[in-house]
Every structure is written in structure tokens, then in C-alpha cells.
Ligand binder design. Sequence first.
Ligand code: IYR
Length: 222
Amino acid sequence: MTKPEFIPYKHTRHASDDEMLNRSKTFYDIMNTRRTIRQFSDQVVPRKIVEHCLMTAGTAPSGANQQPWKFVVVSDSKAKAQIRASAEKEEQEFYSHRASDEWLDSISHLGTNASKPFLETAPILIVVFEEKYGLDEVGNKSKRYYPTESVGLATGLLITALHHAGLASLTHTPSPMAFLNNVLDVPINYKPFLILVAGHPAPDMTVPNIKRKTLSEIAEFR
Ligand code: IYR
């Protein structure tokens, strides 16, 4: 067992209540303009911006600080075309057989279908993987704690960072997603979590007219 080592922590974000009130409202106003979009322009995104957003994702808390995430950023057109073809195959199955009527009914207001052109149009697909267990060179496995929760937290930060930077995104989950391990040559101890499609919105694109729940619907103060 490793002996714990502690170092001083500087809480540099400390501020007065007034300043924090200001910041919290300003940040909410920024985040409240985030929408999931499904039509992307092909405008290229500078790599450095994406790197900063990924570094932000990497600041997420994680079980036992194992940081059980891997982000594969795909901008190569051939790889994107391969991902689109495989995803659409799964989505065809989903929309025509796999999904229950109840499920299809629940997503009908989003106007989605099996066609996923954005997987080729968008400049980048960030494929998020969850490290389900550690795997060393000789095949020994080691346990990961709360990997799904941890990757969910990192993905939330990634979506926030992209939006804050000025980029739009779409959380896309073709199901099942195992084809991503093959296409991207990622070892099997990493399970695809989702594809985060990112870039700029297509001009004149529209989004479904949906509402967020109110504060009193999502939170209770006791
Ligand atoms: N993965 C499919 C279906 C889908 C499922 C949910 I839950 C959504 O919120 C939206 C779509 C697709 O991407 O079309």
C-alpha cells in the first residue's frame, strides 16, 4: 500500500458572496444556451481548443483517482465514414426492430432516425471510452472503481468545456457500440461510452422546441 502524501491546496477561486452570485448566474446563462444539435457544418476546429477541452474533462473526479477514461478524437474522413457506416447499421436495427414502441414514442419529438450524416460532416468525433478494468502487458486484470460514474462526470465537463469555448456537440450512442473498438483499434478493456460529435452548427439549423425542467422540479431544499 502507498503511504498517503498531502500537499497544501490553494483555493484560488475563493471570492465574496456577491462575486460568487455574479459568477454563478453568468455561468448559468452561458450553459443555458447549450443545446444538443444534429446538423453540423464542416468548419474545421483548431486542435488546441479541443486539447484544452479534453484537459478540462481530465480534471473530473474519479473513483480511487483512477481516471478511467480515454478520448479518441477522430477527424480523419475515412475513419469517420467507417464509423458512420457501422453506426447507421446499428441504428437501422434500432429503429426497425430493437427499440420498443414506447422507446420510439419517447424520442419521437426529437425527430431522429437511422440516418447519421453528421458523423461525416462534423469536423470531429470524440469517442469516449470507459476503462472497465486495468489490463497489463501480460494480461493481468485490475479493478476499477465507479468507472461509469467517473466517465459520466468527465463527459459532462467535456460538454461544458466545448460549449464554453463556443463549440456545439451531440451525445450520440449507437447501440451496441463495440464496433468502435475495432474501427479505432482500442483494447477491449475500454468500453465505448458515447460518441461526442463536436463542431459548429450548420447555418440555419433548427433544434426541437423542448423545455428544461424548472429548478423546483429538479431540486429540493430541506
Ligand atoms: N441512438 C439513437 C436513438 C436515440 C435514443 C435516445 I434515449 C435519444 O435521446 C435520441 C436518439 C439515435 O441516435 O438516433
